[in-house]
Design a protein around this ligand. Sequence first.
Ligand SMILES: CC(=O)N[C@H]1[C@@H](OP(=O)(O)OP(=O)(O)OC[C@H]2O[C@@H](n3ccc(=O)[nH]c3=O)[C@H](O)[C@@H]2O)O[C@H](CO)[C@@H](O)[C@@H]1O[C@H](C)C(=O)N[C@@H](C)C(=O)N[C@H](CCC(=O)O)C(=O)O
Ligand SMILES: Nc1ncnc2c1ncn2[C@@H]1O[C@H](COP(=O)(O)OP(=O)(O)OP(=O)(O)O)[C@@H](O)[C@H]1O
Length: 497
Amino acid sequence: MNIHFTSLEQLNISNIWGPREQDVSDLSFHSDRIDPPSIFFCIKGSTEDGHKYILDAIQKGAKVIVGTNEKVLEQSSSLHPDLTFISVKNIRQTMAIIAKYMYKKPDESLKTIGITGTNGKTTVAAYVRSLLSLLGIRTGSIGTTGIWSDNQKLPYKKSTPTTPESLDIFRICRQLSDLKNDAVAMEVSSIALDQYRVEGIDFDVAIHTNFSEEHLEYHKTIEHYRDCKLRLFKQAKTAVVNIDDDGMADEILETYTGPLITYSLESDTDADLFASKVNVDEDGSYFDLTYQNQTYELFVPVFGDYNVANVLSAIGCALHLGYTMNEIIHVIGKLEGPQGRFEVISKPNNQKVILDYAHTPVALNRLIEEVKKLKYERLIVMIAGIGIRDFNKMPKMAQMIEGQADEIVVTVDHPGYHDPQEVVDQVMTGFKEPTASNIHTSLTRKEGVEKALHLSNEGDIILLTSGCINDAQIIKGKEVPHSDTDIIDDYYEKSLC
Ligand SMILES: CC(=O)N[C@H]1[C@@H](OP(=O)(O)OP(=O)(O)OC[C@H]2O[C@@H](n3ccc(=O)[nH]c3=O)[C@H](O)[C@@H]2O)O[C@H](CO)[C@@H](O)[C@@H]1O[C@H](C)C(=O)N[C@@H](C)C(=O)N[C@H](CCC(=O)O)C(=O)O
Ligand SMILES: Nc1ncnc2c1ncn2[C@@H]1O[C@H](COP(=O)(O)OP(=O)(O)OP(=O)(O)O)[C@@H](O)[C@H]1O
């Protein structure tokens, strides 16, 4: 594609050296991933400075270099006068603008649904994808569980755990649009909002799930974390808001001026969508849904009150997109959720293994509350300290679980560059009685899972929380393959022999 940089709207170029136009076919923010002829974006990150890799990028076929360091760009231009060097104020914002242009505004040919919240983004993205697909609108998704079109998982090498960088998002949207998808449900993390990863997308629907303390290793203050999340609602045509959430629902309601649907599980509510009489059995949840003075009796194959709330948010989204409640309730019983979120696996001896990605104290608390509604003899819970996350959170996980389970196993997820013992020790500081005989430790997730299974007897529930990113454990900067389900299958195969 031929791009004439000085005529590209909103680019806010501070300075340009070399030709004003170039033929390019690819974009990259990593010097190792250049597919020539390409534009290379120099990002100054937390550990590296992309400007250091300009020469490398040029050798691999970059024709245009965009960055923020004028001195470096000007010097490089004098050595490569046939290439274009552009300096801008905000590199990530510029990257999004160029990506949107390069991939021919693919977001505008899709219904875009952005989901934010401390917990529930992955679950709601899966529910929205499933519900809209059941309603006949082919929907993909972008988030922690990877990239999905309406009917398959698409190959994609992640560079971030949840929300990709803008140029990947626009590339994925182009791919989804070419695959004849009509909509995309996208998890939008606070970090993504801070880093302009969804810049330029005018979301058809923005969904809020809830807000509690997370990601302070990045945001430093809770106010910054909240402000970043609120940005999603400044770029949304309609919104769906959980008014039971004390964390940030009020702030959205105060500032958002577009069409709004609120949802709630609480009895004294004036929410638009309201679920009551929630009952759970082996197959899922039954509840009464009230909307516009009518009450509907629903069954959804999901577990946990919070997942009923997540279902309400997906229903709100479908209503915003023009579906009627009758159309929605006709299909809602077939709703599908994501893997590893209240995933119940029945095992011999009337045992159940439940996999759930809960990794915040709030999520863990709610999860335990919901699991206790099921039938079981004893409850065995594995929790983990996540080495690559906030160390302050770790003792809070221990405080939350103490006294709530018959056996507790403390382990480590993604130690990163930390010694696993250091992570386990940090979790253990949260227990009032860390030497209690029902508290066990393991220095790897694999051993943790095995220990939890070994502690179980007939009729027990084994709840394995926290979890893997990309089916791997991140150890010293490397992704080491890991699968809970393989370990579980192995354990039961051996125990049956
Ligand atoms: C803190 C953070 O947001 N980190 C992201 C950020 O990294 P960074 O700023 O530290 O980058 P860096 O490593 O210093 O490198 C700077 C630049 O030099 C480039 N480079 C580097 C080396 C090289 O050889 N050549 C080269 O060109 C890099 O591509 C980058 O553009 O930019 C990188 C490039 O996109 C991301 O891969 C990286 O995500 C890392 C993997 C990460 O863990 N991010 C987390 C914190 C994150 O974004 N999480 C949220 C929320 C998850 C949740 O919901 O819980 C998410 O949305 O995923
Ligand atoms: N609405 C909710 N309220 C509170 N907890 C929830 C809610 N939805 C899900 N959870 C809990 O949070 C865990 C993580 O859910 P999910 O993966 O959907 O969230 P997420 O926001 O995508 O988190 P991450 O981006 O870190 O993966 C679930 O396994 C569940 O225990």
